[in-house]
Design a protein around this ligand. Structure first.
Ligand SMILES: N[C@@H](CCC(=O)N[C@@H](CS)C(=O)NCC(=O)O)C(=O)O
Length: 231
């Protein structure tokens, strides 16, 4: 059974308070929204596109000092930023759903390793690829920077492929938040075709996550498989 620490019982009714996800379609908030929906926790999304700068970014002042999505506000008022931290926290707080190996399970180190790898080696690079002028002014160099970083991301997927022996899912027989994280991040540039090429084993499980009926609605709403999505 899933325990909901945020459910309070008042005199006459149970009041379930709501999580707030700061996020956007196709962004790093999607695996978090998917996790919340698998956990059947009440949440709402505050749509925010900080990469547009200006007002959109400043909406995150007081939420996430990095002015990035995703962030998750807990019903207690505490806010967690950093996608990997949020996913791990959700999976650990609701262990009944088995969305992560438990602390003492043999797959736990592997789980933590690849969660932080996706976050630090892959996801962090989009801060540059989304706007290369953050590190170099000359626009003529931006295309080359992007190409190099997308090569780096493909290389990281390849390294992950070489180190991980997936079962039905990346960590074995159970769907975990790592699967949701990889299913989302592997759709960002350089895109799925390249991912399938460099990481065919990961691709097999990731396709299974794309097609998982428990996730059909969330993918359709938050990261639709529109024509040509695989690029
Ligand atoms: N390390 C962060 C990275 C978050 C991130 O890069 N988010 C993107 C959207 S997918 C963003 O908000 N970009 C706006 C910016 O960096 O200015 C995490 O894992 O949550």
């Amino acid at each position: 059974m899933i325990v909901k620490p945020w459910t309070r019982v008042t005199e006459d009714k149970a009041v379930t308070e709501t999580f707030v996800v700061y996020g956007a379609v196709g962004s790093g908030s999607v695996p978090i929204e998917a996790t919340l929906s698998l956990l059947k926790l009440p949440y709402r999304v505050e749509e925010c596109a900080p990469w547009e700068g200006g007002q959109e970014a400043s909406r995150l002042v007081g939420i996430n000092p990095m002015l990035q999505v995703p962030a998750l506000a807990l019903p207690s008022g505490e806010v967690i930023s950093e996608s990997a931290a949020i996913l791990i926290w959700l999976a650990d707080t609701y262990p009944g759903a088995r969305l992560a190996p438990a602390l003492t399970e043999p797959a736990r180190p592997t789980f933590l390793r690849w969660m932080t790898f996706v976050s630090s080696a892959i996801y962090a690079l989009y801060w540059i690829t989304d706007n290369p002028s953050r590190i170099i002014a000359g626009a003529e160099q931006h295309a080359a920077i992007k190409t190099r970083l997308f090569d780096r991301i493909a290389h990281c997927w390849q390294l992950m492929e070489a180190q991980l022996q997936p079962g039905r899912y990346l960590l074995g027989e159970d769907l975990s938040v790592l699967d949701l994280y990889v299913a989302t991040a592997s759709r960002w540039s350089p895109g799925r075709r390249r991912f399938y090429e460099v990481a065919p084993g990961l691709a097999e499980t990731t396709r299974r996550v794309d097609a998982d009926p428990r996730l059909t609605a969330i993918w359709a709403e938050r990261f639709p498989f529109t024509q040509g999505w695989e690029r």
